[in-house]
Design a protein around this ligand. Structure first.
Ligand SMILES: NC(=O)c1ccc[n+]([C@@H]2O[C@H](COP(=O)([O-])OP(=O)(O)OC[C@H]3O[C@@H](n4cnc5c(N)ncnc54)[C@H](OP(=O)(O)O)[C@@H]3O)[C@@H](O)[C@H]2O)c1
Length: 394
């Protein structure tokens, strides 16, 4: 009897202790990815779990059966609180399905990850989706998978080649899209890349990450604006909380020729996504356009975005996978915000409140000071026009 009791106490204390450690680790993980979360609520939750630990410890010293039962109730509370933390801050919400009728969406980089899941969610709501991908083979495979998963008509999923490392490819994509004679209700600038080592696009001085993540999406968006205008459509651009890593946009070295570091460079490209969305919204509003623009932070999502990291980081990522998985969203969870922002009827009704903003879990979240720099946004627009060789279409 005594040994059994001791084992029970030991289990109870370990479980509540683990809940505390997990809660702190989850908070540290969110902070390390610059995620915006409610600090007061998170601290209150951790402190409550700490008190539960202390209470469970003192109860374990007594031999009163009621106290022992209470100990288990407290442990249940600790488990509930840490689960709640995950549910609120990691998993987020589930989209309320709405019917998209025959609406058409272009999603860049939709052969895998968040883009693939965004396509799936839109197809399940009756939309037509253009998979804009650099590898037609990978996109064709994704298309088959999507048709199998959604049972939608085969005409609802269209593959068009788009390599964001080539401005010519962007122009060809737009031409090919126009030949389909379809309307366009939203452009989802989803494709993104993070490179361990600096790379330039062959035959150019263009650094891969900023070109694929920002400049090509800038060109693509501007070329498609006349199509979006006809439907009062939207531009949804995937950014990241990592944009906070860039303290200012580095106009002196846009192609990061000096001091290249993977996260800093990726952060700068994601800051460009924020500044682009802000300036786009401003310009659209100024000319009385019906098109709206939003940025999205999908959260920390377990996808292949890590594929170009170095071997050391990839090994660490693989070893920590069981723990990381509980702290990161699944790709369908990661697609939630893109889907909401691309489809919610509410957003275009309140351009002042929502236009040009960054969304996370379907809600507006603050961006960094650098992300609110209107002068930098305007300057980046000019630079982007020059680099992409684009003449603004009215
Ligand atoms: N996962 C996260 O935790 C996270 C967090 C914050 C923001 N985001 C953002 O969310 C977006 C989607 O990320 P993900 O996690 O789903 O990444 P992913 O699984 O790596 O998917 C990225 C997609 O972008 C495509 N892509 C890369 N370079 C391209 C190019 N030059 N031309 C055309 N397509 C290209 C990839 O095509 P291939 O398959 O051919 O390489 C792939 O389809 C990105 O913008 C990312 O920055 C992700």
């Amino acid at each position: 009897g005594r040994t059994r009791m001791a084992t029970c106490e030991c289990v109870a204390l370990s479980v509540s202790g683990l809940c505390l450690v997990y809660n702190v680790a989850l908070t540290a993980f969110r902070a390390s990815t610059f995620e915006v979360f409610n600090v007061t609520e998170t601290v209150a939750r951790s402190v409550s779990i700490l008190f539960i630990n202390l209470a469970a410890y003192s109860l374990s010293k007594t031999e009163n059966p009621r106290a022992q039962a209470l100990q288990w109730v407290l442990v249940g509370g600790a488990v509930y609180l840490s689960h709640l933390d995950r549910l609120k801050n990691v998993v987020g919400k589930v989209p309320r399905p709405i019917s998209l009728g025959r609406k058409v969406y272009i999603i860049t980089g939709s052969n895998t990850g968040i883009g693939f899941e965004t396509a799936k969610a839109l197809l399940l709501q009756g939309a037509t989706v253009i998979l804009a991908c650099r590898s037609v083979d990978k996109a064709a495979e994704a298309r088959n998978e999507l048709l199998k998963l959604t049972h939608c008509p085969s005409s609802s999923v269209i593959v068009l080649r788009l390599d964001l490392c080539s401005f010519d490819s962007v122009r060809e994509f737009v031409k090919a899209f126009r030949e389909l004679e379809l309307p366009l209700h939203a452009l989802i600038n989803n494709a993104g890349i993070m490179m361990d080592k600096r790379e330039v696009i062959k035959g150019t001085d263009l650094e891969t990450c900023i070109t694929a993540n920002h400049f090509s999406h800038f060109l693509l968006t501007n070329l498609l604006l006349p199509d979006l205008e006809k439907t009062a459509g939207r531009v949804v651009t995937l950014s990241s909380s990592i944009h906070r890593l860039a303290r200012t946009f580095n106009f002196d070295d846009i192609m990061t020729t000096k001091n290249y570091e993977m996260f800093a460079n990726y952060g700068q490209s994601k800051l460009a996504n924020i500044l682009f969305t802000r300036e786009l919204h401003k310009r659209l509003t100024a000319r009385g356009s019906r098109v709206s623009a939003y940025a999205v932070h999908p959260g920390a999502v377990r996808t292949d975005v890590t594929r170009h990291m170095n071997a050391f980081m990839q090994t660490g990522n693989a070893i920590c996978a069981p723990i990381l998985r509980t702290m990161q969203k699944t790709p369908p969870e990661g697609a939630y915000c893109s889907v909401i922002v691309a489809t919610s009827p509410e957003l275009p009704l309140h351009p002042r409140k929502y236009g040009g903003q960054l969304f996370f879990h379907g809600e507006v979240v603050p961006v960094s000071a650098a992300g609110m720099d209107d002068a930098a946004a305007a300057r980046l627009w000019k630079v982007s026009e020059q680099i992409t060789g684009m003449v603004e279409t009215k």
